[in-house]
Structures are given as structure tokens and as C-alpha cells.
Design a protein around this ligand. Structure first.
Ligand SMILES: [Fe+2]
Ligand SMILES: [Fe+2]
Length: 307
């Protein structure tokens, strides 16, 4: 399998404005202006001591022997650190998305509404990143983000030549969206976390709509040979993405044996169910447009996103 960097095509992409993604971008550009998290979130919101920071049933350790041995306070503390890990991952993936989109857009026609919408999306992701940074500051946990070296490697291996650029961000966005939508609705979750999730979910809905239409058009325009390579790469990235949802540094800092915690998470039927649930929107979509076929299903099974 070839997982090397894409062959660089330095010609500007001046594809004719055919395809639904052109109209979708035009419509989204006229959508309501984004919310300002600096002013629309009550950052000094307090919560009762028994607030959760994530939906407890979605935590990787939920229901494991280690979880059963924890008292209530330890479980809530685990949820605070797991949220810091997830927000760190969200921030990391948004920085990656901005970097990849920026490279992609250097080859695009600036007059094309898809280019203009992608630029709008970059500006929204920049504000989301600032919002996640501020929430991380409030959570006051260690920095649980994936290492910077992994970010650099991921950036090198992401395609930026065509609209298949949207594939990997779409996996992150759709999976995180599932967790955040649920947390936003759950009144056991800290109200500050719920406010952040509500703002993010509202704006991500537009990003997901755009990425889906761009991907659908890109698949139609891409040669079968290139699609076959990109499908394999996307499967590998899906596997890497879900691995990042489990952060052993959280367990170490909770005083648990990280290896035992990881193996209990892997064997945890609740977490297997959670992973399948998290992929329940994006996997059928990618299958429908032909980005997951029988040849790549094993990657998606390893990712836990497919049974
Ligand atoms: Fe975002
Ligand atoms: Fe987004």
C-alpha cells in the first residue's frame, strides 16, 4: 500500500463549477453569521460538585473492572481529564484541518464559491480552536494533545491536491460531532462544556454539509486508480483517529496502570458500542459514495467504526 506524500501538481485547479458542492458552498456562504464564543459563552459558569464533564456512559473506561473500583469522585475526575484529552484532540485536528485546507486552497480558483466557503471554514475553525484553548485553560489539566511530531507527520501525509482533502477532516468532525451533540443535550454535563458543544455542533453542521458535497463531487472526478489509493489511506487514518480517542496519559495521571487500563478499554463492550455509534453517520455516507468498499472494510473494523 502506498502511503507516501501525494505527487505535487502545481497547476491551479480551475475545474468548471459543475457539481452540487458549488451550489452548496454558495448557499452556506449566505448562512447566518457565526457565533462569537468570547461573548456568547458564560465563561465563569459554575457547576455543582457532582457535574460530569463528558457523558459518563461514553467514557472508554465506563463499566470496566477499573471503573467499578473507582469511587464517584474519581469517576467524575476521570471525565474531566477525558474531556481535556478530547478537547486537545479536537484542537489538534482543527489545526491540522486549517493547515491542509490552506495548502489545498493555494491551487484553487479564488473566485470559486467552494474556495470562498473553505476560507470561511478556516476562519471558523480558528475561532473554534481559540474556544477549545480557553476551555482547556478552564479545565486546568495537563496538555493531553497528541504529540507535535505526530501533527507534522499527519500534515505531510494528508492529500491537498483535490477535494479528497476533505476526507480525513470529515472523519474527525463527524466522530467528534456525535460525542458533542450528546453532551450538549445531557443536563448531567457541566453547563460550560454544554455551551461550548452547542456552539461547535451548530457550526460543524455546515462544515460537514460542505465536506460531504465536496467529497461526493471529488469521487466522481477522481480516477479509479487514485481513488483506490485514497480509500486505503483513509482507512489507515480512520484507524489512527480512533486510537487517539484513548489516551493512556489520562489513566497514568489518575494513578492507574496505563497498560491495564488500555487492555480493559480494548476489551470493553461498552466502548466498542460507543465507537460503532460514533461512526454511525460517517461510515454509511462514505460507503454510499464509494470511499469504503469491501477492500478497505478491515481498516474500518480495526478502527472500531464498523462491525
Ligand atoms: Fe470546528
Ligand atoms: Fe469543522
Amino acid at each position: 500500500m502506498n502511503t507516501g506524500v501525494d505527487t505535487m501538481d502545481t497547476r491551479p485547479t480551475t475545474a468548471p463549477p459543475e457539481g452540487a458542492s458549488h451550489d452548496v458552498a454558495r448557499r452556506l456562504l449566505q448562512a447566518s453569521p457565526p457565533l462569537d464564543s468570547q461573548t456568547s459563552i458564560t465563561w465563569d459558569t459554575t457547576a455543582p460538585d457532582d457535574a460530569w464533564y463528558c457523558v459518563p456512559e461514553r467514557l472508554p473506561l465506563f463499566g470496566t473492572p477499573l471503573w467499578q473500583r473507582m469511587n464517584d469522585k474519581q469517576r467524575r475526575e476521570t471525565s474531566r481529564r477525558e474531556l481535556a484529552s478530547m478537547m486537545g484532540l479536537a484542537l489538534w485536528s482543527e489545526l491540522l484541518l486549517m493547515e491542509t485546507f490552506a495548502r489545498h486552497l493555494t491551487r484553487r480558483d479564488p473566485k470559486d464559491p467552494r474556495t470562498q466557503y473553505a476560507l470561511t471554514e478556516i476562519s471558523e475553525e480558528a475561532r473554534h480552536s481559540a474556544m477549545f484553548s480557553k476551555l482547556l485553560d478552564r479545565l486546568d489539566c495537563p496538555d493531553y494533545r497528541p504529540p507535535a511530531a505526530l501533527h507534522r507527520a499527519a500534515a505531510c501525509f494528508l492529500p491537498s491536491r483535490d477535494d479528497l482533502t476533505f476526507a480525513t477532516p470529515l472523519i474527525f468532525e463527524e466522530v467528534l460531532d456525535r460525542f458533542q451533540r450528546e453532551a450538549a443535550r445531557d443536563d448531567r454535563v457541566h453547563p460550560l462544556v454544554r455551551q461550548v458543544c452547542q456552539i461547535h455542533v451548530a457550526e460543524e453542521a455546515r462544515h460537514i454539509t460542505f465536506a460531504r458535497s465536496a467529497m461526493r463531487d471529488a469521487v466522481r472526478r477522481t480516477s479509479p486508480a487514485r481513488l483506490a489509493v485514497q480509500r486505503q489511506r483513509m482507512g489507515v487514518r480512520a484507524m489512527a483517529a480512533t486510537r487517539l480517542l484513548v489516551n493512556t496519559h489520562v489513566y497514568r495521571d489518575m494513578g492507574l496502570d496505563p497498560r491495564a487500563a488500555r487492555s480493559q478499554v480494548r476489551a470493553n463492550p461498552h466502548f466498542r458500542e460507543t465507537l460503532l455509534w460514533s461512526g454511525a453517520k460517517v461510515v454509511p455516507f462514505l460507503t454510499d459514495i464509494g470511499m469504503i468498499t469491501s477492500t478497505e472494510r478491515h481498516w474500518w473494523r480495526h478502527a472500531g467504526l464498523l462491525q
